[in-house]
Design a binder for this molecule. Sequence first.
Ligand code: UDP
Length: 237
Amino acid sequence: MPAAYKRILLKLSGEALMGDDAYGINQGIVSRIVSDVAEVQRLGVEIGIVIGGGNIFRGMAGAASGMDRATADYMGMMATIMNAMALGDAMRVAGVAARVQSALNIEQVVEPYIRGKSIRYLEEGRIVIFAAGTGNPFFTTDTAAALRGTEIGAEIVLKATKVDGIYTADPKKDPNATRYAKISFDEAIARNLQVMDATAFALCRDQKLPINVFSLFKPGALRRVVMGEDEGTMVHI
Ligand code: UDP
């Protein structure tokens, strides 16, 4: 059976790379993510990845301790570049063709983000890892995922989280909480469900770009989402 999508944008939070560690990049977890992504690539799906930086630095945290917010955000963006490099290198080790592109110019280290080039890489079957978020302070990598997803013409944004979807209540606190298999953008707003941050959510909604929230820690979940099976929560128009 063919995959449900030809091109996807996968959003990985920086925290996803930490595993059970308190900080930084856990190589075991990174290798596991690479093998999950490679499995989906073998289905013929073109994959763009936006990676966060929360395992290293978040602008909000810097601002809370008195830093200038924009400066702190640039540090956060640089954290995402480190994560992108770690992920890109783990792909190289696994023999998976991937390129890293950065929204902040740091050309000695990674190539700059050039939309046309990233689309060509995708067409050639390479995974493109988008680093440095949108390149602008006061945004998040969720918004970068919505933006890059739109720019590359992805059919869906897959938001990898620790929970396998959006629930009616916090499943850790409420045993009666149930998972939404799908929910519309309007209903998610009406129920005040936190799918992505407000800017990212609004962009996806305006661009009619569906979002699937799924668990990165559930074996086979990414593949199931890509195959169009009932996995995670689909946020649709
Ligand atoms: N960031 C930014 N602009 C962007 C994307 C990210 O300024 O377009 C900064 C911001 O400080 C953010 C940090 O980079 O806190 C790390 O990104 P994010 O918090 O989205 O990472 P995640 O939560 O996904 O690990």
